[in-house]
Design a protein around this ligand. Sequence first.
Ligand code: SF4
Ligand code: F3S
Length: 331
Amino acid sequence: MSDKSETFGEYLQGNGVSRRDFLKFCGMMAATLALPTRYVETIANALASAGARLPIIWLEFQDCTGDSESFLRAAPRSDPLQSNLTDPGVTDLLLDFLSLDYHETVMTPAGAAAEKSLADAMAKYAGQYICVIEGSIPTAQNGAFCTIHGHTALSIARQVTAKAKATVALGTCAWDGGLAAAAPNPTKAVGVKQAVPGVQNLINLPGCPSNVVNLVATLVYYITFKTLPDLDSERRPLYAYGSVIHETCERHPHYLAKEFVQNWGDDAHRQGWCLFKMGCKGPVTRTNCNQVKWIDGTSWPVQAGHGCVGCAAANFWDDLTPIYKSLPPES
Ligand code: SF4
Ligand code: F3S
């Protein structure tokens, strides 16, 4: 954890991060945010001089903890081949530098002490903190299906978002209810936008789980420009959700040439042809998996040989299943 008086630049220096690696990280952020390269220096200057830590209150409701897992494993390096688990990268250090004041899954306090931590963080940073919500919010029976220390997720979400500077709905469950909201949806689970109508400064980062690179890029954008990135009509950042995966997929030339995998393990599969006929939902899924990738930028589902199941698309559990059923040809 950092000394609160130091800048992020000083914090990086103290952790042995070179200027070169820092600039590589800023370059990666500019590329993720689809900003011209001239913004690398703008991001570097803003991050290096960032001093006051950005308080974050992380709420976890009806979920599988996948987004927390993605967050805790954040370690994208500029050179994935040099990555190792004991060498903290700039992403780790940035997340460490930010002030995660409340996160039920990873914080030390429990029970009444955890409740106090939440109340204290909300009071101390009212109007300044970022609220991150992971998981869906059940609304049946006044939200009784998910309660924490006697309070429903519904009431906690409404209270905490009301005093937040911005709210991030992280992952598909927080976006539209996700798996818990799939038919028959016995708990009447919904995402943040429906559970807290009119929530201020909401930003949705769907994905199952959401890619931590997009969370970090959004925070970097916010620290640099003091505002949220441009959003689409679903309040998703355009830099990440502005186009469907299909358009920039490395297998797209095979799609255009009608070169399709017909069976798992066939010659076409071994040659990396298009997975459309194996049920790939890339043509209807808006996100940037193929650009930011996963596992320290190593790979992504289609590169690994499996179709996209559409985990960042709306209602994908109901609308895009069965997983291996192909989309209609005209899509
Ligand atoms: Fe890539 Fe899937 Fe589109 Fe084929 S259908 S080009 S594998 S995204
Ligand atoms: Fe999800 Fe498709 Fe990306 S399955 S992880 S949106 S490639």
